[in-house]
Design a protein around this ligand. Structure first.
Ligand code: MV4
Length: 449
């Protein structure tokens, strides 16, 4: 087991990792920018190292500073959290060269999944269902037209280096295809320095369902069910739940088995999320994330597993603590992402938290890095906490969520809490009837009202 882990992150996820380390008897090193001197992760860690000025590129993304912090503190492993360096293959390689363990997948697996064309090719080879489309990059407009005619319009042109929706263009007819290709290539080249694009059938009203997987790097892998992350705005998830209201137990078991077998075949190590679009009863792979995700607590709630414990175990070669047949899915969980943002415009709202009271009681969890009197700095993303509620079934979970939203107090900054108080009473949400576009339509309608 590791003796000392450096946490290359901030906010609620740094606390999440700290807590897992403490339970395992591992000492912790926090790193922080000068904007985060008073941050909770710095207070709770055994040691801390300042790694630079406020901008992320100079601190939380500054690889030489983080490696130096490992050296001076004597950390034997790094947990990257999510975001920042968590899917940076070069960072994993550099740590490896310094004899420091990266708590995550191999650099090769990070690299494959970071390239969306390569990820899709790999998924297909491993027996995961993919969206119909081009076999790889399309370089020629004539070839693109032939593929589009085969799969049928509308089609979507996507950037291989993309993700998060950048460099995506819909073409609804033959006439729109060449300008969509040109626009996607241009946007991808400018944003990522890689203008490779590929074509897929455009799915009009899918849900976004993702499967949590875990591998031990030695050919064993399991799945921990799925999460429904369809409620999003501008590619930022807002509300996530496990299990998906759209799936039957049979569908869950089937897609889970497909994913676990694929990860075993790949000898994947660590936590991973296989993202699908789901429409008319069918799953279509889009991407794989090679990190722990923001919404992992809903999976923890329904499985009882500590996903960070499992990450640390497989990173130090102890293997998973459980087997597929031992995993039981129990009840339903919902996570609300509490952002310091205007609940209508989503404009960031940094500043001091003047009053802070967290809800409690059965089935209620709050993961947050803030406290009363804390000032949210303007330099980082606006997630300040997550409210996660668990119940024996979805209706009990919703009832408990309504109560927890009533109890919680965060004053001094604007937050997305009023949005959740509306959503928990909405008929479509109560019925679990929503797709990836539902929230944006809902917000547009409420703006008019
Ligand atoms: C799609 C799609 C429809 N059809 N692919 C958006 C970002 C990237 N992760 C994949 N995305 C999409 N790919 C096909 N073939 C619609 C989206 C999409 C989306 C996907 C998941 C969650 C929210 C989304 C919002 C808009 C578009």
């Amino acid at each position: 087991m590791f003796k000392k882990v450096l946490i290359a992150n901030r906010g609620e996820i740094a606390l999440r990792v700290l807590r897992a380390c403490k339970e395992l008897g591992i000492s912790t090193v926090a790193v922080h920018s000068t904007a985060d001197n008073a941050a909770m992760h710095v207070r709770l860690a055994d040691e801390s190292v300042c790694i630079g000025p406020p901008p992320s590129r100079d601190s939380y993304l500054n690889i030489p500073q983080i490696v130096a912090a490992c050296e001076v503190s004597g950390a034997d492993a790094v947990h990257p959290g999510y975001g920042f360096l968590s899917e940076n293959a070069r960072f994993a390689d550099i740590l490896d060269a310094h004899g420091i363990t990266f708590i995550g997948p191999t650099a090769d697996h990070i690299r494959i999944m970071g390239d969306k064309i390569e990820a899709k090719r790999t998924a297909k080879r491993l027996g995961i269902p993919v969206v119909p489309g081009s076999a790889g990059a399309v370089t020629d407009d004539g070839e693109a037209l032939k593929i589009a005619d085969e799969i049928g319009f509308p089609v979507l042109v996507k950037a291989s280096a993309g993700g998060g929706g950048r460099g995506m263009k819909v073409a609804r007819s033959r006439e729109e295809l060449s300008s969509a290709l040109q626009a996607a290539r241009q946007e991808a080249g400018a944003a990522f320095g890689d203008d490779a694009v590929y074509i897929e059938k455009y799915l009009e009203k899918p849900r976004h369902i993702e499967v949590q997987v875990f591998g031990d790097g030695a050919g064993n892998a399991i799945h921990l069910g799925e999460r429904d992350c369809s409620l999003q705005r501008r590619h930022q998830k807002v509300w996530e739940e496990a299990s998906s209201p759209a799936l039957s137990q049979e569908q869950r078991a089937q897609i889970g088995k497909t994913c676990a077998e694929a990860m075993a075949e790949l000898s994947y190590r660590g936590a991973g999320t296989i993202e699908f679009l789901y429409e008319n009863g069918e799953f279509y792979f889009i991407e794989m994330n090679t990190r722990l995700q923001v919404e992992h607590p809903v999976t923890e709630a329904i499985t009882g597993l500590d996903l960070v414990h499992e990450q640390i175990r497989v990173a130090c070669g102890q293997g998973l603590s459980t087997t597929q047949s031992e995993i039981q899915f129990s009840g339903h969980a919902i996570e609300c992402r509490i952002n310091a943002e205007d609940p209508r415009t989503f404009a960031p709202s940094p500043g001091q938290i003047t009053h802070y009271h967290t809800p409690g009681g059965l089935g209620v969890r709050v993961d947050s890095g803030v406290y009363q009197g804390y000032s949210i700095p303007p330099f980082y993303d606006s997630l300040i906490g997550k409210l996660i509620v668990h119940g024996r079934n979805r209706s009990e979970c919703m009832m408990r969520l309504r109560r927890a939203l009533d109890e919680i107090v965060i004053d001094g900054v604007k937050t997305t809490l009023p949005l959740f108080r509306d959503l928990v009473d909405n008929a479509d949400i109560a019925a679990g009837q929503y797709d990836i576009h539902w929230l944006e339509h809902y917000l547009a309608d409420s703006a008019k009202a």
